[in-house]
Design a binder for this molecule. Structure first.
Ligand code: JD8
Length: 254
């Protein structure tokens, strides 16, 4: 997968050299390009923002630097808006508090793409015509990390790249560990334990030391249901999702 990021804080993404994603880049599973928006400005101050039309607090990011930066990454996009919008090719993703909620299902969907381009806004946001221009010429998505306000898109992009990147086959060493995760089957994960079997007077649940795998799976499922009921009953309302590797069920959904 090719990932491009446009931002005024390119060093923010240096951390992507580390850990799993760092290895995935070395192995070629993920190709990453980080672009400084100011490199697409031509004035002495490399200015990327200006006052909002209609007044109001704060500054808005100018369209021209974004147009220059994204055209350079997306390659020639059809000039006239009437051209059919290709349903393949890169997806341009703008993090925004006004975007669609980012979820595990969206992460799985985007992990199947060949080329993701992330545009990190700052200030009060990006001139709306940037989104309108590229929406008329290709696939554009506004995505929100959650219902709270950040100062810019970088943190959201970091979270999305981690959630998407680890679903690319080969990035996570043992793909089995991807199955039994919160949100993968619509349930929160069960509690985990490791040695010692007693710590500060707290014992590991005996069933986990029993070697009885049937009993252990039943206990873990029970823990998932109890925890989800208690912490995220909304997930139960959504109905359980079949685990990613589940065979499509022929029986009508109850
Ligand atoms: C992109 C600029 C800051 C937002 C005025 C504060 C995502 N879940 C999320 N919360 N906030 C963002 C987000 C915030 C951003 C930008 C994403 C670009 N800002 C603005 C509007 C109010 N300032 C986000 N994903």
């Amino acid at each position: 997968m090719r990932i491009d990021i446009v931002t005024i804080f390119p060093e923010f993404f240096d951390v992507l050299d580390l850990s799993l994603l760092g290895k995935a880049r070395q192995s070629g599973l993920i190709e990453l390009g980080v672009h400084n928006l100011r490199d697409s400005t031509h004035d002495r101050h490399h200015s990327v923002d200006d006052t909002p039309y209609g007044g109001g607090a704060g500054m808005v990011m100018k369209a021209e630097p974004w147009g220059a930066a994204l055209d350079a990454i997306l390659g020639e996009v059809p000039t006239e808006a009437s051209a059919p919008v290709p349903d393949d090719g890169p997806i341009l993703i703008f993090p925004s508090p006004a975007g669609d909620q980012f979820t595990q299902a969206m992460a799985r969907e985007l992990s199947l793409e060949q080329h993701l381009v992330f545009g990190c806004g700052r200030y009060e946001g990006i001139d709306q015509r940037v989104v309108d221009h590229y929406e008329a010429r290709g696939r554009v998505r506004l995505v929100s990390l959650g219902d709270y306000v950040l100062n810019g898109g970088e943190v959201a992009v970091m979270a999305m790249i981690e959630a998407i990147g680890r679903l690319i086959p080969g990035v996570v060493g043992n793909p089995a560990s991807l199955i039994e995760e919160s949100h993968e089957d619509g349930l929160l994960e069960y509690p985990s334990y490791t040695k010692p079997s007693t710590w500060r007077g707290l014992d590991v649940p005996p069933v986990l030391l029993s070697g009885n795998h049937g009993a252990i799976s039943a206990w873990r499922r029970e823990q998932q249901l109890e925890r989800t009921e208690r912490v995220r009953p909304d997930l139960l309302a959504e109905g359980l999702q079949p685990p990613a590797n589940a065979k499509p069920s022929t029986s009508p959904r109850r």
